[in-house]
Design a protein around this ligand. Sequence first.
Ligand code: FES
Ligand code: FE2
Length: 457
Amino acid sequence: MENKIKRTPRDKEPELKLRGDKIAGNRYYSKDFLHKELSLVWPKVWQIAGWASEIPEPNDFFIYKVGHEEILVVRQKDTTIRAFYNVCPHRGNLLVQVNEGSLKTFKCSYHGWEFNTEGILKYAKDSEDFVEKNLCENLSLEEVSCEESLGFVWINFDRNCTPLREFIYPAIEHLEPYQTKKFLRVLNLTAEIKCNWKMLHDNFSETYHVDTLHPELMSQMDNNYNDSQFDMYESGINRMLMPGHRPAKSFINNNVIEFPLTDVLKMWGLDPSQFNGKTSEARTALQNNKRKLAKENGYWHYEFLTNEQLTDYYHYSFFPNFSLTMTPDGFELLRPQPHPTDPERCFMEHWYMVPIIEGSLSGSSTFKGGEDISNLEGELFTETPAGRRPLQNAPHQWVEYPKESLGFIIDQDVGIALSQQKGVKSRGFKYSLLLGQEGRVRRYHEMLNDYIRRTEK
Ligand code: FES
Ligand SMILES: [Fe+2]
């Protein structure tokens, strides 16, 4: 069955025609625009509610919050997952008051109505006293669409929505070979940030800023737009394929392999000094050695990936607000969630997921090198974009930015978004002047405009 997984295609998608909608500053601070987004866009889109292995057993649940809504996501007896508005239909009290747990029934704290995990009302005190007879028979919580895919739980408020597979096509097929549903989520951070959510999603949709904002990445990532492949699909998914494990041509020291690439090469049996003066060859050599040594080192999932995917960054932007950066050794979710009332604030989420590799080699070798799994007093650790973390499902952690870090690179992105949030309000700023390689930013805003226009009618 697993061997039937199709490899991720590398074909370049024909260019999509963009209209060139002007992206003016007010969409980043207007309350009216935020209201339109929350009322016209969010109720229509598939969104990730959580990581499915957070609720492995029947009766396990968590609460997903977005805008003014709270959704109760609960694992059923038959192991499927269903999702309901977390609101008691009696008089509108929030039904569940904790963020996660395991319960056979959900009891409202106001008058004690009790619902089972299928959302059906099982008990209402004095039920014979209902003015409308039979009202409380066959009463259920209001349900939303819910699916499990790629290791995530997805929900859509619209019960008549496009199937998830169609909504995230073709990314779903491209991502299946990574077998992410078998991964562990080792990082689960959220910080409240004083900028509009789109400011950050824009940033995660282009690499034009890497040289200036993240020069540290250039020793191992070729961010030049001529070397990357950009694809935009009709569904609204965009992708960027960026060569990894070779220094960028514009990198100042591009003739010598530097850390962390040195460690990754050593880990896979290669001597970094052999690539002095020909650093661009390290990537292919690494692909070959990874392919050769994967099985014996426990890298069970490499066989489903192409040689390029063994070294490169496959970055997917999803509509409306999150991106996944795929590497064979772990993948990253970056998601700015809108604030329910303030267009100049958002909740920035940073997750990292790694495959479980038996043996001594890392579940996250892309980020550091051979020392990724260490065993300190019996606990296993792995590298993540936010530093070393225990190799286990991570509990949720609130980060107090900027006192605490969301991860070195993300902190740089967030820092610039705070400055940009101020700048776009200036009379001196008219609208974004985008380059060709920032086409995915434009495409995303045009999708947003389409959603608003379509549903406004
Ligand atoms: S509001 Fe829930 S039982 Fe009354
Ligand atoms: Fe960035």
